[in-house]
Design a protein around this ligand. Structure first.
Ligand SMILES: C[S@@+](CC[C@H](N)C(=O)[O-])C[C@H]1O[C@@H](n2cnc3c(N)ncnc32)[C@H](O)[C@@H]1O
Length: 292
């Protein structure tokens, strides 16, 4: 693949936050690279089988980088957010968020009640996400205490912004489909789609040191099967994964190319991750230089 001049111009552009979720392991930092990739392959369908906060899917939909987008997520709480935000109850959810006074007490009251409906569950998930330390919603994750700006529980509570992001989704609703389910099954089912491109960002759980199990309630994954399916998929592929020898080995065993790229964690630490695909010759010099 060749990096197009048009792709390079977009890469230099700004990266708007589209997702109402503040997602641990989210890929907003990869948006410039994903734009270059999609500019080149221009898929009829972009599939994100491990959608989480969906930053790449939403970028593709808003910027017209794929004709259609399919997001898949197993976690029922996260799924409730997408089902609501992309469905008929989006305005209800946006209004509920915009009108909510967040305190420790009000958050406890919301999160303590069993969710009777999908839209209430979506609202609970947004609250849990915003009060969770670094957005983490897994059972062992605590709540924000002081926060980065000493604002305590409201450190990441921007109700107007979150509500606006949900309202903005109305612009792309017709092009984005959400499925609650197993991303591996969807990969199996759609493997033959030649017009599809796959952005695959699984939970990082390949070894005991991996971070994924701490970050997500649903983190167990058969990584061998994931690589078998990724190698079999007819369309273009961009996978991200942890920089671990076991992952490099799996990629090599399935004849997939790997590149190390630099990223900064939520704690502003520099780390490397892997990009995986069939031919990563298009990966920009800027990512590789940062990683060197
Ligand atoms: C690394 S996160 C994805 C982050 C996303 N790319 C973003 O930018 O926000 C991985 C996600 O996969 C989900 N997940 C785990 N196992 C899954 C499965 N079998 N099928 C679909 N989703 C799964 C987790 O709940 C988590 O939300």
């Amino acid at each position: 693949m060749v990096q197009t001049p048009c792709g390079a111009a977009r890469a230099a552009g700004r990266v708007p936050f589209r997702s109402p979720l503040r997602y641990p392991g989210g890929k907003t930092w990869l948006v410039p690279t994903a734009r270059r990739w999609l500019q080149h392959c221009r898929p009829g369908l972009l599939v994100e089988p491990f959608a989480g906060g969906g930053s790449i899917s939403l970028t593709a939909a808003f910027e017209g980088l794929a004709a259609h987008v399919l997001m898949v997520e197993l976690d029922p709480d996260v799924a409730a957010v997408w089902q609501t935000a992309l469905g008929d109850n989006a305005s209800w959810l946006a209004d509920r968020i915009a009108g909510f006074q967040l305190t420790v007490g009000s958050a406890r009251a919301v999160l303590g009640a069993p969710p009777p409906t999908v839209r209430e569950r979506a609202f609970q998930t947004i609250i849990r996400n915003r009060v969770g330390h670094r957005g983490c919603m897994a059972p062992g994750c605590g709540w924000v205490r002081r926060g980065e700006f000493n604002k305590g529980i409201t450190d990441r509570w921007y109700p107007k912004t979150i509500a606006r992001r949900i309202r903005d989704l109305a612009q792309v609703r017709g092009r984005v489909e959400f499925v609650r389910g197993d991303g591996l099954e969807v990969m199996e089912r759609l493997a033959g789609r030649t017009d599809a491109a796959w952005f695959v960002d699984p939970p990082y759980t390949v070894s005991r040191r991996s971070p994924g199990a701490r970050l997500y309630p649903h983190s167990r994954l058969d990584h061998g099967r994931l690589f078998r399916l990724a190698a079999r998929a007819s369309g273009d592929l961009l996978m991200t994964h942890e920089d671990d020898p076991a992952v490099v080995g799996l990629a090599a065993a399935h004849d997939l190319d790997t590149r190390r790229v630099a990223m900064r964690t939520g704690r502003h630490e520099q780390k490397t991750e892997l990009l995986i695909g069939r031919d990563l010759g298009w990966v920009g010099r800027e990512e590789l230089e940062q990683a060197a």
